[in-house]
Design a protein around this ligand. Structure first.
Ligand code: RB5
Length: 428
């Protein structure tokens, strides 16, 4: 069996004795620290260290030792998938394995002697999980107090990207505007998988130029955003004037064609525009927009690609503000290649319960934007991204997550902070 072991300063001598004992029994043990005795450390730091090593399957079992074993077991059991058992004797060690399928053994160096520990270890090694009725009970252990299944977050479940714009725009939450090469280099350097490009026209960057840059930096293109057409050129899908709508559809088709060369979807966010004039005419404007999106969806299907409808908060538009309105719109459009894009910045303003909305979106969810509550880099606001990732994992979302954030305090720092934050979420 492969063990990973850690302790605090009180548990250090017993840790060394356990390593020696297990090795004489032919087991493999990785010592996750501390490396030196007599240096006071905080036990949670070492308990959290072994979490992913065990839940990922890299190690079969963990062992954590502090003075009482209590602090280590409390900390370890905060991680979904960890079943840490504090054992002071052979009997509890036996039942911890047989009934609880415990995957972390916690020991108290102030409580058990090295000799007693050997008996506990022998029992731990030879006892297997009894399964049967205990399997049903184990499944209930990873359910949190609000009845939500706690799902493990793993790096393999998600891919992460950053939204850039090859040209200057007054649309704020894009990084390295007008400096595509620098932006892509920074995104790749920070360890992201992809970039999303916000394009005003399909000539903002040529497909061959982009292909070369993607290759050079080992990045994918996650999606093409299209809102600049409405923002700068007033080409909006909900415009009451049918000629404007037609021009907006033509612009959108050229962007869809561009996106399709990279096998990626086009986003319909800002390009919807807003309903204008008297509210009695809104239904008609909605009709026009539905027809426009249906036409674009047909075109996208011919190019083997898809569209993403992004709800946007009420301060920016009056047309599709939340997930429910987005899902209703998807139903009206009725095209299988049109999915929902949910953005945590807009969701934080509009959704009553972000988790419930993500679950309601379910299979219709095609893409995610991450931005914190203030639209800055992840971690600079108050959105709980750990639980958002858990909800995404629980609904089986496997797509990409792109940071669409403001360049605050500056482009490079925003990218770096986001990368560090994502890493910390996943490794926690
Ligand atoms: C250290 O003083 C002690 O509190 C720790 O080793 C452990 O017993 C915590 O639960």
């Amino acid at each position: 069996m492969k063990f990973i072991i850690a302790s605090d300063h009180i548990g250090y001598p017993l840790k060394q004795a356990v390593i020696e004992y297990l090795e004489t029994k032919g087991e493999t043990v990785f010592d996750a620290g501390p490396d030196t005795p007599n240096v006071s450390i905080d036990y949670p730091d070492y308990a959290h260290k072994i979490n992913r090593a065990v839940t990922s399957g890299e190690y079969d079992q963990g062992i954590l030792i502090c003075g009482t074993g209590l602090g280590m077991s409390i900390a370890a059991n905060k991680h979904p998938g960890i079943r840490a058992a504090l054992c002071h004797d052979v009997y509890t060690a036996h039942l911890a394995r047989a009934h609880n399928d415990a995957n972390v053994l916690c020991l108290g160096a102030w409580v058990v002697s090295p000799q007693r520990t050997e008996g506990i270890l022998d029992e731990w090694l030879k006892t297997t999980f009894e399964e049967g009725r205990h399997t049903t009970r184990l499944a209930k252990l990873d359910v949190s107090f609000n009845g939500q299944q706690q799902t493990l977050i793993s790096l393999e479940d998600f891919q992460f990207g950053v939204a850039l714009s090859p040209r200057e725009t007054s649309f704020g939450p894009l990084l390295f505007m007008g400096q595509l090469e620098r932006g892509m280099a920074a995104v790749a350097e920070a360890g992201f998988d992809a970039v999303e490009l916000s394009l005003r026209t399909s000539q903002d960057v040529t497909a061959s130029e982009l292909e070369a840059l993607l290759d050079q930096h080992g990045l994918g293109l996650s999606a093409v955003a299209t809102g600049q057409s409405c923002l700068h050129d007033f080409l909006c899908l909900a415009d009451p004037d049918s000629q404007v709508r037609e021009a907006a559809v033509e612009r959108l088709k050229s962007l869809i064609l561009f996106a399709s060369r990279f096998g990626t979807p086009a986003i319909i966010g800002g390009i919807r525009g807003s309903f204008s004039g008297s509210p009695e005419t809104y239904a008609q404007q909605m009709e026009g927009a539905i027809e426009a999106v249906q036409e674009c969806a047909g075109f996208a299907a011919e190019q083997n690609t898809s569209l993403l409808i992004e709800p946007i908060n009420r301060y920016e538009t009056n047309f599709i503000n939340n997930a429910q309105e987005g899902l209703r719109f998807l139903e009206e459009v009725g095209e299988p290649n049109v999915k929902l894009l949910l953005d945590t910045f807009h969701m934080n303003i509009e959704e009553q319960d972000m988790h419930a909305s993500l679950r309601e979106a379910g299979d219709c969810l095609g893409y995610i934007h991450f931005a914190d509550s203030n639209r800055e880099a992840l971690g600079r606001g108050h959105i709980d991204f750990t639980s958002i990732l858990q909800t995404l994992a629980s609904i089986g979302y496997k797509g990409i997550i792109t940071a669409e954030i403001l360049p605050i305090p500056d482009d490079l720092t925003a990218i770096q902070q986001t990368a560090d934050f994502v890493k910390s979420l996943i490794e926690r």
